[in-house]
Ligand binder design. Structure first.
Ligand SMILES: [Zn+2]
Length: 109
């Protein structure tokens, strides 16, 4: 069995008038997190943990903040892309099945 571990960390500054979304939950608040995407720090930290575990770089390499295709994007879409990328044959996690993969979580333990 091959176990890989990654640690993810992310932070964004607060700004007035922006929506607050953390872990895909919208919060009722006067301030939200500033980001090129939706600024969901929980999902960004998850992405960085997945990338760290698979030695595929960091979130900025995959979704640069000067690329207009990621402006305002739902971070769940970014997680999906990273799961797809890290599951390709030849990557460190190719044999890993995530809860987000089309085949669902692995039943083998
Ligand atoms: Zn972030």
């Amino acid at each position: 069995m091959n176990t890989r571990v990654g640690i993810g960390y992310d932070s964004h500054r607060f700004a007035a008038g922006r929506p607050l979304r953390i872990a895909r939950r919208d919060g009722a608040h006067t301030h939200g997190l500033v980001g090129h995407s939706d600024g969901d720090v929980a999902l960004h930290a998850l992405i960085d943990a997945l990338l760290g575990a698979t030695a595929l770089g960091d979130i900025g390499q995959h979704f640069p903040d000067d690329d207009p295709q990621w402006r305002g994007v739902d971070s769940a879409r970014l997680v999906k892309k990273i799961v797809e990328t890290s599951s390709r044959p030849g990557t460190a996690s190719a044999r890993w099945t995530s809860p987000w993969s089309p085949s669902g979580p692995s039943s083998r333990h």
